[in-house]
Design a protein around this ligand. Structure first.
Ligand code: CP
Ligand code: NVA
Length: 314
């Protein structure tokens, strides 16, 4: 049966570790010029209903490095769900390509595409989740803190939207502590909060300083996500006090790192000093999108390669 990559919670902990190990191996091989054309002759269709820099560039580059090919379908190209139903798009492109990546609004669209497609589907961001970003972020954490992530304390400061919700999934799967600070009215989806509490992996507060206290990692995301632009003015008011700046970082542990999925709105959710400062790992995160997604694509098309990858010694 085919697998998809729509969320992290469908993965076992072994699969997560396998993907992270494969991503690290592909990264190390690339750095020494070792080619790994595992997907020679394969094609990825990339369906975008929202803009992107990192997701498009890293999927397209990743596919080229794996010996395959990627097709970019811009928001107005195929009109998924408008010009043609999700089901018809899924069934048609499944006859031509080996893999589909979708960036869309409703998570249900990605789920329906995966249900109707005969080839694996990857979630390249929905309003609910951004699992590709999280895989790259966990890879970045392992590079900084070692393979066992259970000791790491993560604080997420900002909108309880797709990124925060993906962190909740990641904490549940990898078993680390997560503290979320969101303004009232911007908390994550209730089901996600329930899962957070049930698994006793973290807390939610509306006090950023409390969330960041003794954290190893301080993460933030834009206050106004794609599709919410009309709310930008109101959101700037509502998120006042939730900026990641030097004063907030004083609450974190010595040696704490700062993460952001990007794009950043400098001067809003994060200051220039912090995002460009020595604690920031945002460019490592952006780079790791490439390696982590290559691992996902290899796993979905050639799962045997994941099984034969064991983590390198620390
Ligand atoms: N972080 C991220 O997904 O970036 P893009 O929106 O530029 O793809
Ligand atoms: N929350 C942001 C993430 C961008 C990568 C958005 O959905 O626009």
């Amino acid at each position: 049966m085919k697998r998809d990559f729509l969320d992290l919670s469908s993965l076992s902990r072994e699969e997560l570790n396998g993907l992270l190990a494969l991503g690290a191996r592909l990264k190390a091989e690339l750095k020494i010029g070792l080619e790994h054309p595992y997907l020679r002759g394969r094609t990825l269709a990339m369906v975008f209903q929202k803009p992107s820099l990192r997701t498009r560039v890293t999927f397209e580059t990743g596919m080229a490095q794996l010996g395959g090919h990627a097709i970019y379908l811009a928001p107005n190209d195929i009109g998924i769900g408008e010009r043609e139903s999700v089901k018809d798009v899924a069934r048609n492109i499944s006859r031509a390509v080996d893999l589909i990546m979708i960036r869309t609004f409703s998570h249900e669209t990605a789920v329906e595409l995966a249900r109707e497609a005969s080839v694996p589907v990857i979630n390249g961001l929905t309003d609910l989740l951004h699992p590709c970003q999280l895989l790259a972020d966990l890879m970045t954490l392992q590079e900084r803190f070692g393979r066992d992530l259970r000791k790491v304390r993560v604080a997420f400061v900002g909108d309880g939207f797709n990124l925060a919700q993906s962190w909740i999934e990641a904490a549940a799967l990898a078993g680390f502590e997560l503290r979320l600070a969101s303004p009232k009215g911007y908390e994550p989806d209730k089901d996600f909060m329930k899962r957070l509490r049930n698994e006793e992996i973290g807390t939610i507060t509306d006090d950023p300083a409390e969330a960041v206290k003794d954290a190893d990692v301080v993460y933030t995301d834009t206050w106004t996500s794609m599709g919410r632009e009309k709310e930008a003015v109101q959101r700037r008011r509502d998120f006042k006090g939730f900026q990641v700046n030097d004063a907030l970082m004083k609450n974190a542990r010595k040696g704490a790192i700062v993460m952001h999925c990007l794009p950043a709105h400098r001067g809003e959710e994060i200051t220039d000093d912090v995002i460009d400062g020595p604690r920031s790992v945002v460019l490592d995160q952006a780079e790791n999108r490439l390696h982590a997604q290559k691992a996902v694509m290899v796993w979905l098309i050639r799962p045997e390669i994941l099984q034969t990858t064991s983590p390198s010694p620390e």
